[in-house]
Design a protein around this ligand. Structure first.
Ligand SMILES: [Fe+2]
Length: 301
């Protein structure tokens, strides 16, 4: 399929690339949209969020008045952008929106999983262990309470990661698009296989032509295809993510703020809670991509 993500179509790629880099937000402030009520956006607020997401696949909304621990805030925020189909993951609360907070010892298995600890989380896109039939395309992180210290996120539009890699060497894209680029071994519970091994590409295209990225910088529980091309591509990506690239945006969500995005690359620093600042973040993952009115734009490139 010709288009900006086709390695054989350099004309489309160069045109798309130029527009993308020109429009990409330079500062955190450029991503933030102040909203009165995340559940009921005004037209101007909604358009402002759409504008950020078209440029960077993400926006940060900020409401100072709606700080309750209410899952309707992220749920209804998502609905206003076509994010409806929530992914059921095995640790999510019953309504499929996870409450990320430091699990207390003795409350069950969550203490085994880094999102439920105060440890740093390395670069990744969400649901990288999902099968290709259940790709996570959209995601919301909604902050109910911030930590006493730390808990910052770095954010990078996956389309920018694609550009930086392709500009350096198109072979990196070729390798990372192989269907068996990355394999997540099965998750075992005792002797039983709780989740089968999942192989998949890092870069793939969604039915509407949009770019999808599946990635984790974890070195445990991840097996890269063992070829020189793959090793070079993975090393190049790691280098980009470890750099102080101006395209990497750093944000610290405060109560009532949230990230809405097309499952961009992100990480999280470690953090320390205090009795009055115990970090609580709602996380909603969607099989949908945000509806940005971009389909016709992509098709015309
Ligand atoms: Fe994440």
């Amino acid at each position: 399929m010709a288009g900006p993500f086709d390695l054989a179509d350099d004309v489309s790629y160069q045109r798309w690339r130029k527009n993308k880099l020109n429009a990409y937000p330079k500062h955190l402030e450029d991503l933030i949209v102040t909203v009165a009520d995340p559940r009921n956006l005004t037209n101007d607020e909604r358009n402002a969020i759409l504008d950020r997401c078209r440029r960077a696949n993400m926006a940060i909304y900020a409401s100072t008045t709606h700080t309750a621990a209410d899952k309707d805030l992220p749920r209804r925020m998502g609905e206003q952008f076509g994010l409806v189909a929530l992914d059921q993951n095995f640790l999510a609360d019953e309504d499929a929106i996870s409450t990320l907070t430091v699990a207390e010892e003795g409350t069950g298995q969550r203490t085994d999983f880094i999102p439920y600890t105060n440890k740093p989380i390395r670069w990744h896109s969400d649901g990288y262990y999902n099968p290709p039939t259940r790709r996570i395309c959209g995601m919301i992180l909604h902050c109910v309470q911030d930590a006493e210290r730390g808990g910052e996120n770095r954010l990078l539009d996956h389309e920018i990661a694609y550009i930086l890699l392709r500009d350096e060497n198109p072979d990196f894209i070729r390798a990372l698009s192989e269907p068996d680029a990355m394999t997540i071994p099965p998750r075992m519970e005792g002797d039983a296989e709780a989740r089968a091994a999942e192989s998949g590409p890092v870069f793939s295209l969604l039915p509407n032509g949009a770019l999808h990225m599946r990635y984790t910088a974890r070195t445990k529980s991840i097996v890269w295809k063992n070829t020189p091309e793959m090793r070079a591509a993975v090393a190049a990506l790691e280098k980009i993510l470890a750099s102080d690239s101006a395209y990497i945006i750093q944000a610290r969500l405060k109560p009532g703020m949230g990230l809405i995005c097309n499952n961009i690359l992100h990480d999280r620093t470690g953090f320390d809670d205090s009795p009055v600042h115990k970090r609580i973040v709602f996380r909603a993952r969607y099989l949908d991509r945000m509806q940005l009115g971009e389909e016709s734009k992509t098709a015309s490139l």
